[in-house]
Design a protein around this ligand. Structure first.
Ligand code: DC
Length: 226
């Protein structure tokens, strides 16, 4: 039996999962596990290999050559190591978002990453965010929250995030279109699609500030953990 507490935060791209989950983990003194970064790392490996996200045979052949490790620095920030090299800074680009979303639909990819995610929750208290944490990865999580917001609000947030990183090319319409495409792909894939677990609390942050969303999440956690 797992003696550690796990909090699962699922939801679509740009719903504020990583900001909220990180804040919650800091307040509780838990480790924050960004599972999107894990999918992006395997995506980076496969894209460096020059494999098309549609080439299931090629992916199946190569995937075991990727050694993926999750590490935490002194500030508690998650770092992704790919075959021993820290690739954290290379993961959050629009190209990797698209590639990771495509390969994450494949069973072979999800199977390889499942144990890694479960092992992390088996060794520490975690706030883990992703798409299928409450439904597949940690079905017995102590608390499950499904965080969402309208596509327009999520696109606005994502654009600000990209601009803050110096991106001058992306426009609102382009980001909105990418979010809609990614939602559709993540929600309609056959394996572990994005969906709200029946025992998850649904929280729509469209009208909420970061502080209001964080307060609402803390309330849910307190009620569930007692
Ligand atoms: O959360 P993110 O945007 O960094 O995730 C990138 C992609 O990875 C996302 O489009 C879907 C996939 N993903 C997934 O399928 N399951 C997870 N638990 C986390 C991410």
């Amino acid at each position: 039996m797992n003696t550690f507490v796990s909090i699962a935060i699922d939801g679509p791209a740009g719903a504020g999962k990583s900001t909220m989950a990180r804040m919650l983990a800091d307040r509780l003194g838990y480790s924050y596990v960004d599972t999107g970064a894990i999918y992006r790392t395997i995506g980076l490996f496969l894209s460096i290999c020059g494999i098309s996200p549609k080439d299931v045979d090629g992916i199946t052949r190569l995937i075991d050559e990727a050694s993926i490790q999750v590490e935490y620095d002194e500030q508690g920030m998650q770092h992704m190591l790919l075959n021993g090299q820290d690739v954290t800074g290379e993961l959050r680009t629009p190209e990797m978002s698209d590639y990771a979303s495509k390969i994450s639909a494949l069973k072979v990819v999800r199977d390889v990453l499942l144990d890694l995610q479960r092992d992390l929750a088996g060794t520490r208290n975690v706030v883990m965010d992703g798409r299928d944490i409450g439904t597949v990865v940690l079905p017995r999580a102590n608390v499950k929250i499904f965080l969402t917001a309208s596509p327009e609000v999520r696109a606005k947030r994502r654009l600000l995030e990209l601009q803050a990183k110096g991106d001058k090319k992306s426009s609102f319409d382009k980001v909105l279109q990418e979010i809609r495409e990614r939602d559709k792909r993540d929600e309609t894939r056959a394996v572990a699609p994005l969906k709200c677990a029946p025992d998850a609390v649904r929280l729509d942050t469209s009208e909420l500030s970061i502080e209001e969303s964080a307060a609402a999440m803390e309330k849910i956690v307190k009620e569930r953990l007692g």
